[in-house]
Design a protein around this ligand. Structure first.
Ligand SMILES: C[S@@+](CC[C@H](N)C(=O)[O-])C[C@H]1O[C@@H](n2cnc3c(N)ncnc32)[C@H](O)[C@@H]1O
Length: 383
């Protein structure tokens, strides 16, 4: 690990003694390709080790996620592609998840989403490579990771396959670390974890790109339950990627549809999202309003506008956050009314943070989100 990153992680108190040696022995740069796309304030930029060695080393040592594959490998050229499909995760996000994983010497661990192989190497350094298996869905990504691991001197088992199935051959595991976002927790992970074992993953609904890290503890009865810790953003497992709603399917033709319901709101957008895009209010709304996706756009007049689309029907809403605060809604549900009710619910409960919410996966695979305790489920608001 380079000095700058090490110092940053030490300063934030995130690099615990438990993981310090592993991070020292497994430099991230060994797992980064010649051409890579770090996430910067200006979006993803192309950095080539040959053309810009100083820039390459700078970004290799920065606390940012670095895209290493676009468009499931169909992308060509050096400009960023459309959809980031593999990356070296952000170092502080990795540390946060390792912290939640609470490993112990000799624990058997399964990682889902090998990516560059960096996390698999870190786990190997901490637990011993014989105790680590990692599953990657993309064959080319898995091959590159195997080669990088070889060069770095680590030999965990890297399996090419769908991580949603886990890897039953190596079960039972004490720990499962998922370094790719999920909307639905597969039963396979719970079945392949020892009772008392821990599964850590970025989890979220389809409402926004925001996930939160959840730490599930597996019980004897086949359920798994635990709290969220912090907001995070991860790319999603292939089969759970959002199929983006097509605007024209919801609002065909010119102008507002005939059944449009118009009103106004006094809830400003700043109450819902913050600049980091990690607002707890937004997370809470994502839990309460089911089957809905939201996005922000600028109207032709430059007004910040929130669009909501129903995923189970053709409900839609548009909210213009200017002095008039106009709301337009159509379809069977009043999606903006649901968002307002969800926000009110969150305010009435004292504006709880991510860490006050939890998730239980039942023995029959249902997901129940709760606030405070598993006995107080978060309701779904449907108008
Ligand atoms: C954010 S990257 C993992 C980064 C890795 N931890 C690292 O630091 O290099 C997520 C990876 O999950 C993989 N992935 C997506 N869906 C998957 C699935 N169903 N099973 C296994 N891997 C999957 C992607 O191909 C991608 O390589």
């Amino acid at each position: 690990m380079q000095r700058e990153l090490r110092d940053l992680l030490m300063e934030t108190g995130m690099l615990t003694p438990d993981w310090e040696t592993a991070f020292e022995t497994v430099p991230r740069h060994l797992f980064l390709p010649e051409v890579m796309w770090p996430a910067t304030e200006k979006g993803h930029i192309t950095v080539s080790r040959t053309n810009d060695p100083d820039g390459w080393w700078h970004w290799a040592d920065a606390d940012v996620p670095i895209v290493t594959q676009w468009d499931d490998g169909r992308h060509t050229g050096s400009a960023p592609g459309a959809l980031a499909t593999s990356s070296s995760s952000m170092p502080t996000a990795v540390l946060l998840m390792f912290d939640e994983l609470s490993v112990f010497d000799g624990a058997r661990a399964l990682e889902i989403g090998t990516g560059t192989g960096w996390c698999a190497a870190l786990l190997s350094a901490r637990l011993g490579e014989a105790n680590v298996t990692s599953v990657e869905i993309d064959e080319a990504v898995a091959d590159t990771a195997r080669k990088a691991l070889e060069v770095a001197g680590w030999h965990p088992e890297v399996v090419t396959g769908d991580g949603l199935l886990g890897w039953p051959e190596g079960a039972p595991y004490d720990r499962i670390l998922v370094t790719v976002g999920v909307h639905e927790v597969p039963r396979a992970w719970i079945e392949q974890t020892r009772p008392g074992g821990v599964i850590v993953m970025p989890w979220g609904t389809r409402y926004s790109g925001q996930n939160a890290v959840v730490r599930l503890v597996v019980a004897d009865d086949g359920t798994a339950s635990g709290r969220f810790s912090r907001a995070t953003r991860f790319m999603h497992v292939r089969s759970q990627r959002l199929d983006w709603p097509e605007f024209d399917d919801y609002l065909p033709g010119e102008g507002w549809p005939a059944d449009t319901r118009s009103s106004t709101t006094d809830l400003p957008s700043a109450q819902i999202i913050d600049e980091s895009d990690y607002a707890a209010s937004d997370f809470a709304i994502s839990l309460l309003v089911p089957d809905c996706v939201r996005t922000f756009a600028r109207s032709p007049q430059g007004v910040q506008t929130m669009w909501l689309y129903g995923l189970a029907d053709r409900s839609w809403a548009a909210v213009y956050f200017d002095e008039d605060s106009q709301v337009y809604q159509g379809g069977p549900r009043n999606l903006w009314d649901e968002v307002e009710s969800a926000h009110r619910w969150w305010v009435e409960r004292g504006r709880p943070g991510h860490e006050e919410f939890g998730l239980t996966v039942t023995a029959d695979g249902r997901q129940e989100v709760w606030l405070g305790e598993p006995s107080t489920p978060v309701p779904h608001i449907v108008s």
